[in-house]
Design a protein around this ligand. Structure first.
Ligand code: SF4
Length: 458
């Protein structure tokens, strides 16, 4: 079974890469901090965003219907998908109806979540991811490792080698400008040849029926404007009530994501251009179930900025692939168990619960609290593994009885002093990168009883 710990161990084999990954993401986090500190009303913006999202989630049914009504009036085809299979079928049917063979995609984590690429490719459709980072990982047959910086686990040397193999660039070339130009020429051909463009959605405005897609490369615009058919796929939580609310979210999103004041392109799509076709697919795929879980509903406020990834000490040093899910990091560790509790039971434990994720979240999701709550549910539902469950029962028995606790403490200290290999051995992962500390001669309690100042008269 794939687990975060096992996958992280693979990533940790290359220590230099881990250090570089850690430093790079911390640099992005610091950029985010500088941007946030430059805005005196930052905390009010976060509060406002949180309130808008809370209100929207409480009235999601009404806002979705309102959105659909306005989108239909704008001449957009609206589809509803209960799950990933339905989503993929809807997209495929639109492609089939037109007899298309080639599509371009701009970054959409929802389509990663639904495994759309794999499905369409198995049906003989050419799918080209047009975001530079996404295209790099697609050429390498890897999933994205980060929702905003999909190829952040790769160095320019890796990209140079990938482009040499697939795009015919010079062997050993690693100049970012040269490599970007090669990608630009390659993608330009794909854009021109594409029959259909598929994009994600950052925000869907109920009062207008319009959608907003944020990119730094303009690839969503390029694809949607060149192709005759545009499909926009969105999770149902992307709804916001009013156009005016965008001003709150657009200010928070780019600053939290990359430390930019605004994404280079915030593209508004309202209706199809004359003679063209536009579709919006609204996808549930477990979101209503999450909405019904009182402790976790507010994870649906997420605007996918990835600030929680960049600040997380575990994510930075374990890499995105170790989470073995489309959305990695702290928020992914809350969303994934909702879809499959058994498969993703390891993820809520991939956290120190330090709370840094909750501190940076622009929509004030209580991420670390939810991770902790998932741990409790997973333990109650029997998803923590026999060794851990037995260990916890033993610990519970020891910690709840002072006599057993003292006996276990003194026995443990004796063994650690005389047979340290019992604890510090290759079978115990805790000591793989740690040295055994010197065991104390006595417990704190014993020391305290001997050394405390006795109150007068005792
Ligand atoms: S949980 Fe918050 S910080 Fe993390 S990606 Fe979502 S909005 Fe950003």
């Amino acid at each position: 079974m794939i687990t975060h710990a096992k996958e992280a161990e693979k990533f940790n084999k290359d220590e230099a890469r881990v250090d570089w990954h850690d430093d790079t993401l911390w640099f992005v986090r610091q950029k985010r901090d500088r941007m946030a500190h430059n805005i005196p009303e930052w905390e009010q913006l976060r509060e406002k965003a949180s309130q808008i999202k809370n209100h929207t989630l409480s009235n999601l049914d009404q806002y979705l219907i309102q959105f659909e009504k306005h989108a239909l009036a704008n001449g957009v085809h609206v589809h509803w998908a209960a799950n990933a299979v339905e989503h993929n079928q809807i997209v495929f049917q639109i492609i089939q109806k037109h007899g298309f063979q080639k599509i371009v995609k701009s970054k959409s984590m929802l389509t990663e979540e639904c495994h759309l690429n794999e499905f369409l490719i198995s049906q003989g459709i050419e799918v080209i991811d047009t975001d530079l980072g996404e295209r790099i990982v697609q050429l390498r047959h890897e999933p994205p490792s980060h929702i905003v910086l999909p190829a952040i686990h790769l160095k320019k040397e890796d990209v140079g080698e990938t482009f040499h193999q697939h795009l015919g660039t010079e062997k050993g070339a690693k100049d970012p400008q040269y490599l970007t130009e090669a990608a630009r020429q390659h993608l330009r051909e794909k854009f021109i040849a594409a029959d259909l463009a598929l994009t994600g959605v950052n925000f869907a405005v109920a009062e207008t029926g319009g959608i907003v897609v944020c990119t730094n490369e303009g690839n969503a615009d390029m694809g949607a404007h060149l192709a005759n058919v545009h499909i926009a796929c969105m999770g149902i939580e992307k709804i916001i009530p009013r156009q005016a609310d965008l001003s709150v979210f657009l200010r928070l999103l780019a600053r939290s994501a990359t430390g930019q004041p605004i994404t280079t392109y915030s593209s508004h799509f309202l209706r199809p251009a004359p003679g063209k076709e536009m579709h919006i697919v609204l996808v549930d795929n477990g979101r209503t179930e999450q909405l019904a879980r009182a402790d976790f509903r507010n994870s649906l406020k997420c605007i996918r900025c990835a600030a929680c990834f960049n600040t997380c000490p575990v994510y930075r040093r374990s890499g995105g692939h170790s989470y073995h899910t489309a959305v990695a990091g702290p928020i992914g560790s809350i969303l994934a168990p909702n879809i499959d509790m058994r498969k993703y039971a390891d993820l809520p434990f991939a956290s120190t619960l330090c709370g840094s994720c909750s501190n940076v979240c622009p929509v004030k999701i209580d991420i670390h609290d939810q991770l902790w709550k998932w741990r409790q549910i997973l333990a109650q539902e029997g998803h923590t593994g026999t060794a851990k469950a037995t260990g916890m029962k033993l610990m519970s028995a020891v910690l709840s009885n002072p006599d057993i606790y003292r006996f276990a403490g003194s026995t443990g200290r004796w063994f650690l002093r005389h047979v340290p290999s019992l604890a510090s051995n290759s079978l115990n992962p805790w000591f793989k990168q740690r040295e055994m500390p010197e065991p104390p001669k006595e417990s704190f309690r014993d020391w305290y009883m001997k050394n405390r100042k006795k109150p007068k008269g005792e």
